[in-house]
Design a protein around this ligand. Structure first.
Ligand SMILES: *Cc1c(COP(=O)(O)O)cnc(C)c1O
Length: 435
């Protein structure tokens, strides 16, 4: 399978090139040249497939032409080695708990898969050093750093906005050492993302070093996220739910997660419509309402992993729907909530349903609560464990959030990071010094 750029001005590439490059040279994002529907037989078996079995079949359909079949199966199953339960929160509303992986956020899925795929591509190339640059508003950094920790031939640079990620998030990528380096930028997430994007387009840097991205612009991170959409719908099928009326609500920031779901729908997965739930960074919501896309600097919220002012995967959404606003609105709805509304939802849902949402999941739950029709069944993606935002969650609900054991382990490590201004010349010099 070839990958083409959404900007349409650079040549098609192989999967390996798309993964190693990250961003296309014309600044577009790579998309699979075609989206093959999964066979009917797969959907008949779906309710009885385990998560790793199901993921292996979807991976085969996506990457089977490019990766040796046994290797692909093994790496997919190894990446998907934690449960993703679908938990009923109230009648007709289910939480897809994506936080049972090593860093307690959904990004573990894509990051673990990508690390293993890159390791596979590096197998015959022992001399090659791939430098992964990743900008993070919190969860990407930890998932990527942990997914790639100790992978041979790969070095990871995590850029994060100083004082704008939670302590728990920060220690998950600043305490690892080995092939992981943390860079603390005196600015916003958008500044971090801009530095990374500029690095990919800098000719001299790219001549001197092999650079790639592990943000959701990378196809190896973005596409595997579709596994759990299949799995969630399979669970509902197994429970006998009417598959004509499934609505999926995704708390969205850079829109990689929801775009993977949109592609799963193209592959035949019965999802009637999606809701992209935003915090106060409502650029996409505004686009749905007005047809105009006006990126602007992000504002800080309590759902900080969604504080994005110019969602990078918007280009993929446009591409999937041929830049047709009506087509987009017919399949994707929106919502936007203030911090106060997010807090009310977290507190209210704990009191009435006994379910502890994290701030991101709360945005999505609220959108379903307001927009789900009687005959519909809603799934929202619970993208992080509430303990990742312990102080915020406890401050709002007044009840204690237990920290899972694997999170406690990170907090014992010693922080190590390099501080830097949001200045490309400085960043470039730093990278070259690590050559
Ligand atoms: C990254 C993240 C999001 C946003 O996902 P996108 O794919 O960027 O839209 C939502 N919630 C949490 C907890 C995250 O870490």
């Amino acid at each position: 399978m070839k990958y083409r750029s959404t900007a349409g001005k650079s040549p098609e590439v192989t999967l390996e090139e798309a993964v190693v490059k990250g961003l296309a040279p014309d600044r577009g994002l790579y998309m699979p040249e075609r989206i093959n529907p999964m066979p009917d037989d797969f959907f008949r078996r779906l309710p009885s497939l385990s998560l790793p079995e199901m993921a292996a079949e979807v991976a085969q359909s996506l990457f089977g032409e490019d990766v040796d079949s046994d290797k692909l199966k093994a790496l997919t199953e190894d990446a998907m080695n934690f449960p993703i339960p679908l938990v009923k929160v109230r009648d007709n509303v289910y939480s897809l708990e994506l936080f049972h992986g090593p860093t307690l956020a959904f990004k573990d899925v894509g990051a673990r898969f990508m690390a293993r795929l890159l390791g596979y591509f590096n197998r015959d190339n022992k001399e090659r050093m791939v430098n992964v640059l990743v900008a993070t508003s919190g969860d990407t950094g930890s998932a990527v750093a942990n997914g790639f920790l100790g992978v041979e031939g790969v070095r990871v640079f995590v850029l994060y906005p100083k004082d704008k990620v939670s302590k728990i998030q920060e220690c998950q990528f600043t305490t690892l050492g080995q092939n992981i380096e943390a860079i603390e930028i005196d600015g916003t997430f958008d500044d971090c993302q801009a530095l990374v994007k500029q690095a990919f387009l800098d000719e001299e840097l790219n001549r001197e070093m092999m650079l790639t991205s592990a943000n959701s612009i990378n196809v190896a991170r973005f596409l595997p996220q579709m596994f759990y959409y299949f799995y969630a719908v399979g669970q509902l099928m197994a429970a006998g739910v009417d598959t004509e009326n499934i609505v999926v609500c995704v708390p969205s920031g850079n829109f990689g997660n929801i775009t993977a779901g949109l592609i799963a729908k193209r592959m035949g997965l019965p999802i009637k419509r999606f809701i992209a739930a935003n915090n106060a960074n409502d650029i996409f919501f505004e686009y749905l309402e007005t047809g105009e896309y006006r990126p602007r600097p992000s504002v800080q919220t309590i759902a900080n992993a969604m504080d994005v002012g110019d969602p990078s995967n918007f280009a993929r959404v446009l591409d999937l729907y041929g830049h047709n606003h009506d087509a987009i609105v017919s399949e994707i709805g929106g919502a936007t909530y203030t911090d106060k509304e997010i807090a009310q939802t977290m507190k209210g849902t704990l009191e009435t349903e006994g379910y502890q949402l994290d701030p991101h999941g709360a945005v999505a739950f609220r959108a379903l609560d307001e927009q789900l029709l009687d005959e519909e069944t809603g799934i929202f993606l619970e993208t992080a464990h509430p303990a990742k935002f312990k102080e915020t969650v406890e401050g709002i609900t007044g009840s204690t959030v237990e920290i899972p054991e694997r999170l406690v382990a990170f907090m014992k490590g010693k922080k190590k990071s390099v501080e830097m201004a949001p200045n490309f010349t400085e960043f470039k010099a730093f990278l070259l010094s690590r050559k």
